[in-house]
Design a protein around this ligand. Structure first.
Ligand code: KG4
Ligand code: ZN
Length: 354
Protein backbone atom coordinates (compact mmCIF):
# COMPACT_ATOMS: atom_id res chain seq x y z
CA UNK A 1 0.00 0.00 0.00
CA UNK A 2 1.82 3.10 -1.22
CA UNK A 3 0.89 6.59 -0.11
CA UNK A 4 2.13 9.80 -1.72
CA UNK A 5 2.65 12.42 0.98
CA UNK A 6 2.72 16.15 0.26
CA UNK A 7 3.88 18.77 2.78
CA UNK A 8 3.92 22.55 2.29
CA UNK A 9 2.94 24.08 5.64
CA UNK A 10 5.90 26.41 6.06
CA UNK A 11 9.06 26.90 4.01
CA UNK A 12 9.74 23.39 2.75
CA UNK A 13 8.06 21.88 -0.32
CA UNK A 14 8.17 18.14 0.23
CA UNK A 15 6.82 14.96 -1.34
CA UNK A 16 7.45 11.32 -0.42
CA UNK A 17 6.23 7.84 -1.20
CA UNK A 18 5.90 5.54 1.82
CA UNK A 19 4.93 1.88 1.63
CA UNK A 20 2.78 0.25 4.34
CA UNK A 21 3.26 3.23 6.64
CA UNK A 22 6.89 2.42 7.42
CA UNK A 23 9.14 2.02 4.44
CA UNK A 24 10.29 5.20 2.77
CA UNK A 25 10.62 4.68 -0.98
CA UNK A 26 11.45 8.34 -1.58
CA UNK A 27 11.52 11.60 0.36
CA UNK A 28 12.21 14.83 -1.49
CA UNK A 29 12.51 18.16 0.34
CA UNK A 30 13.03 21.46 -1.48
CA UNK A 31 14.13 24.01 1.10
CA UNK A 32 13.44 27.71 0.70
CA UNK A 33 16.07 28.70 3.26
CA UNK A 34 18.08 30.70 0.77
CA UNK A 35 15.00 32.78 -0.10
CA UNK A 36 14.09 33.65 3.48
CA UNK A 37 17.55 33.85 5.10
CA UNK A 38 18.16 37.44 4.11
CA UNK A 39 14.88 38.55 5.75
CA UNK A 40 15.72 36.87 9.06
CA UNK A 41 12.62 34.65 8.97
CA UNK A 42 9.98 33.12 6.73
CA UNK A 43 8.12 35.65 4.53
CA UNK A 44 4.67 34.05 3.94
CA UNK A 45 4.02 35.60 0.53
CA UNK A 46 7.42 34.51 -0.80
CA UNK A 47 6.90 31.05 0.70
CA UNK A 48 3.68 30.41 -1.24
CA UNK A 49 5.27 31.55 -4.48
CA UNK A 50 8.22 29.24 -3.94
CA UNK A 51 5.84 26.34 -3.20
CA UNK A 52 4.07 27.03 -6.49
CA UNK A 53 7.37 26.85 -8.35
CA UNK A 54 8.52 23.68 -6.60
CA UNK A 55 5.42 21.53 -6.16
CA UNK A 56 5.28 19.90 -9.61
CA UNK A 57 8.98 18.95 -9.89
CA UNK A 58 9.13 17.83 -6.24
CA UNK A 59 6.13 15.48 -6.59
CA UNK A 60 7.42 14.18 -9.92
CA UNK A 61 10.85 13.46 -8.43
CA UNK A 62 9.33 11.69 -5.41
CA UNK A 63 7.36 9.37 -7.71
CA UNK A 64 10.38 8.80 -9.95
CA UNK A 65 12.70 7.97 -7.06
CA UNK A 66 10.08 5.58 -5.66
CA UNK A 67 9.73 3.98 -9.10
CA UNK A 68 6.00 4.53 -8.71
CA UNK A 69 3.26 5.77 -10.96
CA UNK A 70 -0.13 7.16 -9.95
CA UNK A 71 -1.73 3.76 -10.45
CA UNK A 72 0.50 2.37 -7.65
CA UNK A 73 -0.91 4.81 -5.09
CA UNK A 74 -3.52 3.76 -2.55
CA UNK A 75 -3.94 7.35 -1.33
CA UNK A 76 -2.60 10.88 -1.52
CA UNK A 77 -1.93 12.49 1.86
CA UNK A 78 -1.47 16.24 2.27
CA UNK A 79 -0.94 18.58 5.21
CA UNK A 80 -4.13 20.56 5.94
CA UNK A 81 -2.76 22.62 8.84
CA UNK A 82 -1.52 24.07 11.08
CA UNK A 83 0.79 26.37 9.12
CA UNK A 84 0.87 29.37 6.81
CA UNK A 85 -2.42 29.31 4.95
CA UNK A 86 -0.98 30.45 1.62
CA UNK A 87 1.65 27.72 1.83
CA UNK A 88 -0.78 25.02 2.94
CA UNK A 89 -3.10 25.88 0.06
CA UNK A 90 -0.49 25.07 -2.56
CA UNK A 91 0.19 21.51 -1.38
CA UNK A 92 -3.41 20.75 -0.43
CA UNK A 93 -4.90 22.09 -3.66
CA UNK A 94 -2.34 20.20 -5.69
CA UNK A 95 -3.15 17.00 -3.78
CA UNK A 96 -6.89 17.55 -4.31
CA UNK A 97 -6.40 18.05 -8.05
CA UNK A 98 -4.37 14.84 -8.32
CA UNK A 99 -6.94 13.00 -6.25
CA UNK A 100 -9.78 14.23 -8.47
CA UNK A 101 -8.02 13.71 -11.79
CA UNK A 102 -6.58 10.28 -10.99
CA UNK A 103 -9.40 9.08 -8.78
CA UNK A 104 -7.13 8.35 -5.82
CA UNK A 105 -8.52 8.93 -2.29
CA UNK A 106 -7.32 12.02 -0.42
CA UNK A 107 -6.27 11.96 3.24
CA UNK A 108 -5.80 15.32 4.97
CA UNK A 109 -3.18 15.28 7.72
CA UNK A 110 -2.45 17.51 10.69
CA UNK A 111 1.20 18.60 10.47
CA UNK A 112 1.78 17.83 14.17
CA UNK A 113 0.41 14.33 13.72
CA UNK A 114 3.01 14.00 10.96
CA UNK A 115 5.83 14.98 13.34
CA UNK A 116 4.59 12.36 15.83
CA UNK A 117 4.55 9.65 13.13
CA UNK A 118 8.09 10.54 12.03
CA UNK A 119 9.30 8.64 15.11
CA UNK A 120 7.56 5.48 13.91
CA UNK A 121 9.39 5.60 10.58
CA UNK A 122 12.68 4.64 12.15
CA UNK A 123 11.82 2.91 15.40
CA UNK A 124 9.35 0.63 17.09
CA UNK A 125 7.30 2.76 19.51
CA UNK A 126 5.40 1.28 22.46
CA UNK A 127 2.12 2.86 23.51
CA UNK A 128 0.79 4.75 25.31
CA UNK A 129 3.44 7.30 24.43
CA UNK A 130 4.04 10.93 25.21
CA UNK A 131 5.13 13.10 22.28
CA UNK A 132 6.97 16.40 22.62
CA UNK A 133 6.75 18.30 19.33
CA UNK A 134 9.30 21.11 19.25
CA UNK A 135 9.75 23.23 16.16
CA UNK A 136 9.71 26.80 14.95
CA UNK A 137 5.93 26.90 15.28
CA UNK A 138 5.13 24.41 18.03
CA UNK A 139 6.04 23.30 21.51
CA UNK A 140 3.32 20.83 22.39
CA UNK A 141 3.03 17.77 24.60
CA UNK A 142 0.55 15.06 23.64
CA UNK A 143 -0.48 11.75 25.05
CA UNK A 144 -0.67 9.29 22.15
CA UNK A 145 -2.72 6.11 22.37
CA UNK A 146 -2.11 2.88 20.51
CA UNK A 147 -4.95 3.76 18.12
CA UNK A 148 -3.52 7.23 17.51
CA UNK A 149 -5.88 9.35 19.46
CA UNK A 150 -4.25 12.41 20.94
CA UNK A 151 -4.70 14.35 24.15
CA UNK A 152 -3.03 17.74 24.47
CA UNK A 153 -1.19 17.81 27.81
CA UNK A 154 0.70 21.09 27.58
CA UNK A 155 1.86 23.74 25.17
CA UNK A 156 3.84 26.93 25.04
CA UNK A 157 2.08 30.01 26.31
CA UNK A 158 4.22 32.31 24.19
CA UNK A 159 7.11 31.47 21.86
CA UNK A 160 7.79 28.03 20.43
CA UNK A 161 11.21 26.62 21.42
CA UNK A 162 12.54 26.96 17.85
CA UNK A 163 11.27 30.51 17.71
CA UNK A 164 13.23 31.29 20.89
CA UNK A 165 16.40 29.86 19.27
CA UNK A 166 15.73 31.88 16.12
CA UNK A 167 15.04 35.15 17.97
CA UNK A 168 18.13 34.88 20.18
CA UNK A 169 20.28 34.09 17.14
CA UNK A 170 18.83 37.02 15.20
CA UNK A 171 19.40 39.40 18.12
CA UNK A 172 23.08 38.45 18.13
CA UNK A 173 23.60 38.64 14.37
CA UNK A 174 23.63 34.92 13.58
CA UNK A 175 21.02 34.98 10.82
CA UNK A 176 18.15 32.53 10.25
CA UNK A 177 17.47 29.81 11.27
CA UNK A 178 19.23 30.18 14.60
CA UNK A 179 18.78 26.71 16.07
CA UNK A 180 21.48 24.92 14.09
CA UNK A 181 24.05 27.71 14.70
CA UNK A 182 23.46 27.84 18.45
CA UNK A 183 23.62 24.03 18.53
CA UNK A 184 27.05 24.13 16.83
CA UNK A 185 28.46 26.84 19.10
CA UNK A 186 27.00 25.80 22.48
CA UNK A 187 29.63 23.07 23.12
CA UNK A 188 32.33 25.81 23.15
CA UNK A 189 30.63 27.77 25.93
CA UNK A 190 30.15 27.26 29.65
CA UNK A 191 26.49 26.29 30.03
CA UNK A 192 26.48 27.40 33.71
CA UNK A 193 28.07 30.80 33.10
CA UNK A 194 24.78 32.70 32.93
CA UNK A 195 22.38 31.56 35.65
CA UNK A 196 19.13 31.68 33.67
CA UNK A 197 16.23 30.23 35.62
CA UNK A 198 13.40 28.03 34.40
CA UNK A 199 9.93 29.45 33.87
CA UNK A 200 7.57 29.14 36.84
CA UNK A 201 4.06 28.37 35.69
CA UNK A 202 0.73 28.89 37.38
CA UNK A 203 -2.08 26.68 36.14
CA UNK A 204 -1.10 23.77 33.93
CA UNK A 205 2.38 22.72 35.09
CA UNK A 206 2.98 21.05 31.72
CA UNK A 207 2.78 24.33 29.80
CA UNK A 208 5.98 25.92 28.56
CA UNK A 209 7.13 29.52 28.42
CA UNK A 210 10.18 30.98 26.70
CA UNK A 211 9.41 34.71 26.76
CA UNK A 212 11.08 35.28 30.15
CA UNK A 213 14.24 33.60 28.94
CA UNK A 214 14.18 35.62 25.74
CA UNK A 215 13.85 38.84 27.75
CA UNK A 216 16.70 37.75 30.03
CA UNK A 217 18.91 37.28 26.95
CA UNK A 218 17.88 40.71 25.68
CA UNK A 219 18.79 42.30 29.06
CA UNK A 220 22.16 40.50 28.96
CA UNK A 221 22.89 42.01 25.56
CA UNK A 222 21.71 45.49 26.60
CA UNK A 223 24.27 45.85 29.40
CA UNK A 224 27.16 44.94 27.09
CA UNK A 225 28.66 46.63 24.10
CA UNK A 226 28.18 43.99 21.44
CA UNK A 227 27.93 46.25 18.40
CA UNK A 228 31.33 45.31 16.97
CA UNK A 229 30.93 41.53 17.32
CA UNK A 230 27.37 41.61 15.95
CA UNK A 231 28.59 43.62 12.96
CA UNK A 232 31.42 41.12 12.41
CA UNK A 233 28.87 38.29 12.24
CA UNK A 234 26.60 40.25 9.91
CA UNK A 235 29.61 40.81 7.64
CA UNK A 236 30.32 37.10 7.74
CA UNK A 237 26.74 36.35 6.68
CA UNK A 238 26.85 38.98 3.94
CA UNK A 239 30.04 37.42 2.55
CA UNK A 240 28.39 34.03 2.23
CA UNK A 241 25.06 32.77 3.51
CA UNK A 242 26.24 29.58 5.25
CA UNK A 243 29.28 30.25 7.47
CA UNK A 244 30.86 27.17 9.03
CA UNK A 245 30.95 26.54 12.79
CA UNK A 246 34.64 27.57 12.84
CA UNK A 247 33.89 30.83 11.06
CA UNK A 248 31.08 31.63 13.50
CA UNK A 249 33.33 30.73 16.39
CA UNK A 250 36.11 33.04 15.26
CA UNK A 251 33.55 35.89 15.18
CA UNK A 252 32.17 35.10 18.65
CA UNK A 253 33.95 36.00 21.92
CA UNK A 254 33.93 33.55 24.84
CA UNK A 255 31.35 35.55 26.83
CA UNK A 256 28.85 35.22 23.96
CA UNK A 257 29.64 31.51 23.54
CA UNK A 258 28.91 31.16 27.27
CA UNK A 259 25.61 32.99 26.80
CA UNK A 260 24.59 30.68 23.94
CA UNK A 261 25.50 27.57 25.91
CA UNK A 262 23.58 28.81 28.96
CA UNK A 263 20.55 29.71 26.85
CA UNK A 264 20.51 26.32 25.15
CA UNK A 265 20.93 24.50 28.47
CA UNK A 266 17.94 26.37 29.89
CA UNK A 267 15.71 25.56 26.89
CA UNK A 268 16.72 21.89 27.10
CA UNK A 269 16.00 21.73 30.84
CA UNK A 270 12.63 23.41 30.29
CA UNK A 271 11.70 20.92 27.56
CA UNK A 272 12.87 17.76 29.27
CA UNK A 273 11.51 18.66 32.70
CA UNK A 274 7.95 18.93 31.36
CA UNK A 275 8.25 16.02 28.93
CA UNK A 276 9.43 13.71 31.71
CA UNK A 277 6.67 14.95 34.06
CA UNK A 278 4.10 14.28 31.31
CA UNK A 279 5.46 10.78 30.69
CA UNK A 280 5.41 10.00 34.42
CA UNK A 281 1.88 11.27 34.90
CA UNK A 282 0.55 8.95 32.17
CA UNK A 283 2.73 5.87 32.77
CA UNK A 284 3.92 6.24 29.18
CA UNK A 285 5.89 3.38 27.68
CA UNK A 286 7.88 5.69 25.43
CA UNK A 287 8.68 9.31 24.82
CA UNK A 288 8.80 10.75 21.29
CA UNK A 289 10.70 13.99 20.67
CA UNK A 290 10.24 15.34 17.15
CA UNK A 291 10.21 18.60 15.17
CA UNK A 292 13.13 20.78 14.04
CA UNK A 293 14.44 21.44 17.58
CA UNK A 294 14.66 17.66 18.11
CA UNK A 295 17.76 17.85 15.86
CA UNK A 296 19.55 19.64 18.70
CA UNK A 297 22.54 17.56 19.74
CA UNK A 298 22.51 18.99 23.28
CA UNK A 299 18.86 17.97 23.70
CA UNK A 300 19.56 14.45 22.43
CA UNK A 301 22.56 14.07 24.77
CA UNK A 302 20.66 15.46 27.78
CA UNK A 303 17.76 13.04 27.15
CA UNK A 304 20.21 10.11 27.01
CA UNK A 305 21.91 11.20 30.21
CA UNK A 306 18.62 11.08 32.12
CA UNK A 307 18.64 7.26 31.78
CA UNK A 308 14.85 7.17 31.76
CA UNK A 309 13.15 3.83 32.38
CA UNK A 310 11.42 4.01 28.96
CA UNK A 311 12.93 4.63 25.52
CA UNK A 312 13.17 8.15 24.10
CA UNK A 313 12.64 8.15 20.33
CA UNK A 314 14.21 10.95 18.32
CA UNK A 315 13.59 10.59 14.57
CA UNK A 316 16.74 10.99 12.46
CA UNK A 317 17.46 14.70 11.80
CA UNK A 318 16.06 14.49 8.23
CA UNK A 319 12.79 13.11 9.61
CA UNK A 320 12.70 15.54 12.57
CA UNK A 321 12.50 18.63 10.38
CA UNK A 322 9.62 19.15 7.96
CA UNK A 323 9.29 16.36 5.39
CA UNK A 324 6.52 14.52 3.57
CA UNK A 325 7.42 10.94 4.60
CA UNK A 326 5.94 11.74 8.02
CA UNK A 327 2.73 12.96 6.35
CA UNK A 328 2.40 9.74 4.33
CA UNK A 329 3.17 7.68 7.48
CA UNK A 330 0.46 9.47 9.46
CA UNK A 331 -2.04 8.71 6.69
CA UNK A 332 -1.48 4.95 6.78
CA UNK A 333 -3.67 4.15 9.84
CA UNK A 334 -6.40 6.38 8.35
CA UNK A 335 -6.19 4.49 5.05
CA UNK A 336 -6.55 1.23 6.96
CA UNK A 337 -9.66 2.61 8.67
CA UNK A 338 -11.04 4.04 5.42
CA UNK A 339 -10.94 7.59 6.81
CA UNK A 340 -10.75 9.75 3.72
CA UNK A 341 -11.00 13.49 3.30
CA UNK A 342 -13.57 15.25 1.18
CA UNK A 343 -12.31 17.44 -1.66
CA UNK A 344 -14.13 20.37 -0.08
CA UNK A 345 -11.89 20.25 3.04
CA UNK A 346 -10.12 23.54 3.72
CA UNK A 347 -6.54 24.40 4.64
CA UNK A 348 -6.65 25.67 8.22
CA UNK A 349 -3.86 27.83 9.67
CA UNK A 350 -4.73 27.00 13.29
CA UNK A 351 -5.83 23.38 12.84
CA UNK A 352 -5.89 21.65 16.23
CA UNK A 353 -4.90 18.05 16.91
CA UNK A 354 -7.01 16.20 19.50
O1 KG4 B 1 10.06 21.36 12.18
P1 KG4 B 1 10.75 22.50 11.48
O2 KG4 B 1 11.66 22.15 10.33
O3 KG4 B 1 9.70 23.52 10.93
C1 KG4 B 1 8.59 23.94 11.67
O4 KG4 B 1 7.54 23.23 11.61
O5 KG4 B 1 8.76 24.97 12.37
O6 KG4 B 1 11.55 23.32 12.61
C2 KG4 B 1 12.33 24.47 12.33
C3 KG4 B 1 12.85 25.03 13.66
C4 KG4 B 1 13.59 26.35 13.53
O7 KG4 B 1 13.14 27.21 14.55
C5 KG4 B 1 15.06 25.97 13.76
O8 KG4 B 1 15.83 27.00 14.34
C6 KG4 B 1 14.91 24.80 14.70
O9 KG4 B 1 13.78 24.09 14.24
N1 KG4 B 1 16.10 23.92 14.64
C7 KG4 B 1 16.91 23.71 15.69
C8 KG4 B 1 17.94 22.85 15.23
N2 KG4 B 1 17.69 22.55 13.92
C9 KG4 B 1 16.55 23.21 13.58
N3 KG4 B 1 16.88 24.17 16.95
C10 KG4 B 1 17.86 23.79 17.78
N4 KG4 B 1 18.88 22.98 17.41
C11 KG4 B 1 18.96 22.50 16.16
N5 KG4 B 1 19.97 21.70 15.80
ZN1 ZN C 1 7.09 21.14 11.42
Amino acid sequence: MRILGIESSCDETAAAVVEDGVSILSSVVASQLATHARYGGVVPELASREHLRAIVPVVRLALEEAKSSYSDLAAIAATMGPGLVGSLLVGLTFAKSLSFARNIPLIGINHIEGHIHAAMLDSQVDFPAVALIVSGGHTHLYEVSEKFSYRLMGKTRDDAAGEAFDKVAKLLGFGYPGGPVIDQLAPYGNARAVPFTLAKMKGNVLDFSFSGLKTAVLRWTQVRDLAAEIQARRDLLAAHPRPTADEWRSATPQTTLDLLASFQRTVIEELLRRAVAAAESTAARSLIISGGVACNTGLRAAARELHLPYPVHFPSPALSTDNAAMIAAAAFPKLARGEFTDLSAAATAGLALA
